[in-house]
Write a protein that binds this ligand. Structure first.
Ligand SMILES: [Cu+2]
Length: 172
């Protein structure tokens, strides 16, 4: 069978492109510590008032927990609560677990300049655990189109030193 050399060329290009796509996934997971955000926890997005998302914010983890603080964030059109009106404030050198959900539509939650980035799907709780070594204020971005004011949906994550962190501001 004769294959025209241009056709052969473009078949080659598409095979290389497919190989690159597969390689980005494999390298991302093996070298850059990419993880699939766990969607093992589900909630009823109509009934979040019965969950900890009714009173979102930073909480001290239960005694015996593997983390130090738990952060509950509600992503809604078009704000992060907390995050937008007031920053999410967490200390350095602590294991922090984020739980993020949405009562309305699909959002994104990206901590700018880090690899912390998740989709926020109504009915599912996106969870990830992290630790910050140095005090710094990060931007938060919604990176999934969520409606007319999506482009203004942003917030701040403030990492303060352990000594400056005021536990009185925690959600009880
Ligand atoms: Cu958005």
């Amino acid at each position: 069978m004769h294959i025209h050399r241009f056709e052969r060329f473009w078949i080659g290009v598409s095979l290389v492109a497919i190989a690159i796509f597969i390689a980005t996934v494999v390298i991302g997971f093996s070298v850059y510590d990419l993880r699939v955000i766990g969607a093992e926890k589900t909630v009823d997005p109509q009934n979040l008032q019965e969950t900890k998302f009714a009173d979102p914010g930073v909480r001290k983890a239960e005694p015996g927990s593997e983390v130090d603080y738990e952060v509950y964030v509600m992503s809604r059109q078009f704000m992060f609560n907390p995050g937008t009106a007031e920053p999410i404030t967490v200390p350095t050198d602590a294991k922090i677990r984020f739980h993020i959900t949405s009562p309305d539509v699909l959002h994104g939650f990206e901590v700018v300049g880090t690899n912390l980035n998740t989709m926020v799907i109504p009915g599912q709780v996106a969870t990830f655990t992290t630790r910050f070594d140095t005090p710094k204020t990060y931007g938060l971005l919604c990176n999934e189109y969520c409606g007319a004011a999506h482009h203004v949906m942003e917030g701040r994550l403030k990492v303060v030193s352990k000594s400056q962190f005021n536990e009185k501001q925690l959600v009880q």
